[in-house]
Design a protein around this ligand. Structure first.
Ligand code: KIV
Length: 267
């Protein structure tokens, strides 16, 4: 009999019960199997694949076709994890475009949720997807698809004004029906404030231990990331004999609230 996949209802229950959610990116069937066997609950098919798989300079060149291809591989390789597919650059410019792209990610790719970057400017899109029964994960803080507008990969949400905007964006996404939120590279205190304020699970990357779960790019947490990795990355392969052991260690550290430590966060 087929194993039942983790659902958004399970993730909401984990938040209520205070169980941290372990998330990693995955781009192929073999890693998907290894990651979920090691206890990862959510597999994010991130558009980071543009950089770490395709060798692009940014995530911008990633297409919906690319995302469908990798999502389908991750779904074939997993049985229990919830699979989230990123909506690539410009695929959410209008509700109609978003419905078309999300439809392909779910029907052809087999994703159970889609993730999109942006806050209040995305409300119409989020509402259109939710109205069709599509679970949505928001993404706030550092938005890699806006790297040229941001002028680089920098910490976001510093200062009262920016922090207030981020909190308002998070609350608006939840009100529009989002089921999960990723916060990337924001001060730890702000991420904790957002996590406490929202009903839906908040997953952090470079956002401190106060979030409801953590995500890292798979290759980064296996020590294959950039030469000078940002401070929120830890190489979990160090001291472990295999990829499976490294991922189990990551899951243990996330669940116990030991990762990320204060040294991985931003003020
Ligand atoms: O594309 C990606 O891998 C992501 C994570 C960094 C959250 O969005």
């Amino acid at each position: 009999m087929r194993e039942k996949r983790i659902s958004v209802v399970d993730l909401a229950r984990m938040k209520t019960e205070g169980e941290k959610i372990a998330v990693l990116t995955a781009y192929d069937a073999t890693f998907a199997r290894v990651l979920e066997t090691a206890g990862v609950e959510v597999l994010l098919v991130g558009d980071s694949l543009g950089m770490v798989v395709q060798g692009q300079a940014t995530t911008l060149p990633v297409s919906v076709d690319d995302m469908v291809y990798h999502t389908a591989a991750v779904v074939r390789g997993s049985r229990r994890a919830l699979v989230v597919a990123d909506m690539p650059f410009l695929s959410c410019a209008t509700p109609a475009m978003a419905l078309e792209a999300a439809g392909r990610l779910m029907q052809r790719g087999g994703a159970q949720m889609v993730k999109l970057e942006g806050g209040r400017r995305r409300l119409e899109v989020v509402e259109a997807l939710v109205a069709e029964g599509i679970p949505v994960c928001g993404h706030l803080g550092l938005l890699p698809q806006s790297v040229h507008k941001l002028g680089g990969y920098r910490v976001q949400g510093r200062g009262a004004e920016e922090a207030g905007r981020l909190v308002a964006d998070a609350e608006a996404l939840q009100a529009a029906g989002a089921d999960m939120l990723v916060l990337e590279c924001v001060p730890s205190a702000l991420a904790e404030r957002v996590s406490r304020a929202l009903r839906i699970p908040v997953i952090g990357i470079g956002a401190g231990v106060g979030c409801d779960g953590q995500v890292l790019v798979l290759y980064d947490m296996l020590g294959m990331g950039p030469e000078n990795p940002p401070r929120f990355i830890e190489d979990f392969l160090v001291g472990q004999g295999s990829v499976a052991a490294a991922v189990k260690q990551y899951v243990r550290e996330v669940k116990a609230g030991r990762f990320p430590g204060p040294e991985h966060g931003f003020e």
